[in-house]
Design a protein around this ligand. Sequence first.
Ligand code: IVH
Length: 676
Amino acid sequence: MNKKKLLSDYIKKIKLLIEYNKSYYDANKSLVTDKEYDELKKDILILESNHSFLDSKNSPSKTVGFKPSKNFQKLPHKVPMLSLSNAFDKEDLVNFEKRILNFLSKDKNFNLSYSTEPKIDGISASLIYKNGKFKIGLSRGDGKEGEDITANLATIEDIPKIIHANDFPEEIDIRGEVFIQNSDFKNLKHKFANPRNAASGSLRQKNSDETKKIPLKFIAYTFGYEKGLKINNQVEFLQKLNDWGFKTNPHNKLITGVNNLLINYSKIEKNRTKIDFDIDGIVYKINDYELQKRLGNVANAPRWAIAHKFSSNKAISEILNIEIQIGRTGALTPVAKIKPVNIGGVIVSNATLHNEDEIDRKDIRIGDLATIERAGDVIPHILSVDKTKRDKKSTKFIFPKNCPSCGSKTIKEFNNVTKKEDAVRRCASEGYECEKIAIEKLKHFVSKEAFNIDGFGKKIVENFWKLDLVKFPQDIFKLDFEKIAKLEGWGRQSMENLKYSINQKKNISLDKLIYSLGIRHIGLENAKILSKYFKSFSKFISFSKSTNQDDILDIDGIGETQLKSVRNFFDNKVNLNILNELQKNLYVKDVITKDKKGILSNKTFMVTGKLNGISRAEIKSLIEENSGTSVSTVTKKLNYLIIGDKPTKKKIDKAKELQITILNQNEFLKILNIAS
Ligand code: IVH
């Protein structure tokens, strides 16, 4: 086809899409079926991906919300939908409260009150209201963007469509759980394994008339973004939700102190079966919004909340085999293959054995009858084995001393923090030399939090590896697509889709790229920190030649462990080659230091001594929120040294010598306009 014809074809398709969108969004009327709409979108995207001269500002690749999706359209959450960290026992709760008190710099007698809310095991949803009207409903998705399931959510009676209350905010994103009551699930048993699957399946129906037939319920418990909400604490908010016509959990309570949390936990756990919906724990949220705000979030979860999980379901089954899995960092993890058994509605055939020590301690052997426990979304594990029922001929399990994949020696490292030998045994190979590690590294590279290549899942990694198509990350960007189209199970269309997804990810941010490399001890947070430090991919690559590698220790959050691991990574020639090849094939965006808006932008800070009423962690997040950087050593790059009670004299002397501005706590807070 010639260029002119391609261009006119492309423009025609874009015009058609605009017309469909207009009618759908302005007139609430679909001019075509969802399938036709999705196909048109896909056509446009494929045209663009094959012919770089095709470009339009109205293209679905440029407009938010018009990204390609298999079923539902994806839309970003204005405020991310976070997950919760878990607590399993009293110790976890005590530590949770301690961490909070430390962060807030309160003493241990300070009374913290919690809104306690039984955790419904359903599907979370976000409901956007504007001027009292229910406008858009999204699924959680990956927490950053969800699927537009408005039509399905609108079939749920518990979700108010119009709210007249005077104090209902002008705009608000109400969040809660969609679920099915156990009594209603009885009639759906033949179709789904458990109520949660039933809820999720019905919410993902393409046809909302089908969803309507399922008795879905909705309970509200939090909000995302809002405009005009005037409220001071969670209990007050839950009350408001009721006033506005939402259902809330009737077992919610305000409780102070860990001991009282435990009493309530036991009571609810005992009565669990009497409640008509499945709960898998209790969520504890710091009640006071002012404190919640100060506490903020860590990575994907708020610091101010935790889910206290109920003990789970158990079952007994036979251990058929013990296999050794090799992880991306070389850890050898034993996994028990068990005779499939139904534990609380889920068929379990694998259970983790954690590590070599665990097998030794519990004397777990092949052929044993084992008690297996499964708690919600946590991987099933073996509690104990029945030694009395054991075959006389059974022998102790011997953990391999060589890597089952590449034959290298395995080692147990010495942990500098605990001063003990690690419980985990590792393959001593550096990475891509060991087949299993290489495959796991590639799986990590394409995974959701990393490159997130649509349609390039674990199975494809394994398949392409076997076929010698992908051995290293860079191979993904140099694939022979004609060859793929001819593979069994593939065709032109699926090949085009894959090509499109891969091409889309050639533009990537530096932090994502660093995270994708799977360097040990460099998770999402550290990858972000390093990307801000290096600023560009070339600077990151030249770390291997840098004579000041130790400088990264100045970054708050990077310690000896991380430095050692980054060094190890760069010492390996295979890794250097990967970096060079990726540089040739990708466009890695430079990190632009954040907007000039933040009052502390381009300034570095360091604290010495104890501050009054504010913890180190809180000061650090205050600095970062205001676009400053917090560092951990006094060098000439430091702009301000903040001193508290009993500061380190050496640091002050060094700062004076380097003529660094010294501030006390109040002077610092004054800069932020929050001095007392
Ligand atoms: S608050 C910001 N409250 O738990 C914290 N979540 O693991 C997250 N959930 O995706 C939301 N009951 O599906 C919150 N009373 C409750 C909840 C609750 C159940 C679920 C929700 C979320 C998951 C987090």
